[in-house]
Design a protein around this ligand. Structure first.
Ligand code: NAD
Ligand code: IPM
Ligand code: MN
Length: 355
């Protein structure tokens, strides 16, 4: 069997708790499906920044380049400003490796109560396709006149025909393979200059994917509909910032942001793709061993799929569904008392039982 070379970047806070859990799951699945993984662990983090003055070495991307995939926990911790940790590690990887699709599926599992009064299993089953390298997260900008009454901060949102078109095509193709419906998150009511351009490109790509039934919603109204009527959504395509917000919202609506996974994809496979939970380093619970590892584990399942092992990926997502439906074991964010390790043990037990 081929051995997949995986770069592990646990990062900060609960990243150090959920990545080991995901690795245990990968090893269990490897044993059952005859897969091979070799891991290289990178200590790139805010701790490294405090010691050495940089989140990762200057040749960080070169060191990752030869890997088949990257599994990341989270970066960012109090004491290091977030713009340092993010522009020093997360954003350079997403951009440098042209991971322009950020795929964020979410669903309500049986056994996980949604905070929505009526939502049950099947009622939330959607994917946010987030543009991941441009948009509102533009590099052009900065702060001027610190401390002066005239002080200001500006940032250019950058939307390019190429950058928007490629993520839209990914989203429309995904909709063709899923339920055939797509919603575009927009803000085209005249204020934001970039969004009418986004809308035009959506209409253009829709014409190239005539089987997909699509619509668009203003982001504010869309946020409300995620809560009021999540059943109507299948694939939701959104710009970088809108997609960021919608993915936490969708995860919360499905029960906990601790569950939600993400795949930062370079669809052309010119560079490694990166898999990471949607959540951050959760300093408020870090070090207590109670983080929900499901976001990281589901992300690892997406990695298995990306590496060409869909049956192994499904084995993991089925085990996730089963442990939630059939056992009371869950972490405190889901109302349980289990530790990260106890929950992972329960999941591994199911993985070893099923064929
Ligand atoms: P967060 O996702 O870390 O935490 C938000 C809330 O959700 C917290 O109350 C936390 O305890 C809870 N939570 C998150 N993940 C959980 C899990 N697996 N199990 C149980 N509860 C969980 O978001 P934040 O507080 O906005 O950010 C904290 C730090 O993480 C910041 O430095 C931020 O920049 C960073 N961050 C990094 C990434 C990333 O690396 N991809 C993503 C988001 C935030
Ligand atoms: C995420 C995170 C990041 C983002 C932050 C930490 C820069 O919130 O991955 O969702 O906004 O992309
Ligand atoms: Mn986010």
């Amino acid at each position: 069997a081929t051995t997949h070379r995986i770069a592990l970047i646990p990062g900060d806070g609960i990243g150090n708790e959920v990545i080991p859990a995901a690795r245990r799951v990968l090893d269990a699945v490897a044993a059952r499906h005859g897969l091979g993984f070799s891991y290289e662990t990178f200590d790139w983090s805010c701790e490294r920044y405090a010691d050495l003055g940089a989140m990762m070495p200057d040749d960080g991307l070169d060191r990752l380049r030869g890997h088949d995939a990257i599994l990341l926990g989270a970066v960012g911790y109090p004491g290091v400003p977030d713009h340092v940790s993010l522009w020093g590690l997360l954003i350079p990887i997403r951009r440098g490796f042209q991971q322009y699709v950020n795929l964020r599926p979410i669903r309500v599992f049986e056994g996980v109560p949604s905070p929505l009064r009526d939502a049950g299993p099947g009622d939330v089953d959607l994917v946010v396709v987030r543009e991941n390298v441009e948009g509102e997260y533009g590099e052009i900008g900065g702060r001027l006149g610190r401390g002066l009454p005239e002080e200001m901060a500006v940032q250019e949102a950058v939307f390019t025909r190429k950058g928007v078109t490629r993520v839209l095509d990914y989203a429309f193709s995904l909709a063709e393979r899923r339920g055939g419906r797509l919603t575009s998150a927009t803000k085209s009511n005249g204020i934001v200059h970039t969004m009418p351009f986004w809308d035009e490109l959506v209409a253009e790509r829709a014409a190239a994917h005539p089987e997909v039934v699509w619509d668009q919603e203003h982001i504010d109204a869309l946020a409300a509909k995620f809560v009021l009527d999540p059943r109507r959504f299948d694939v939701v395509v959104a710009s970088n910032l809108f997609g960021d917000i919608l993915s936490d919202l969708a995860a919360a609506v499905a029960g906990s942001i601790g569950i939600a996974p993400a795949a930062n994809l370079n669809p052309e496979r010119d560079f490694p793709s990166m898999f990471e939970p949607v959540h951050g380093s959760a300093p408020d619970i870090a070090g207590r061993g109670i983080a929900n590892p499901l976001g990281a584990i589901w992300s690892a399942a997406m990695m298995l799929d990306h590496l060409g092992h869909p049956e192994a990926a499904t084995h993991v997502t089925d085990a996730i569904a089963t442990v939630l439906a059939k056992t009371p074991v869950r972490t405190p964010d889901l109302g349980g008392t289990a530790t990260t390790e106890e929950f992972t043990d329960a999941l591994l037990e199911l993985l070893s039982r099923r064929p």
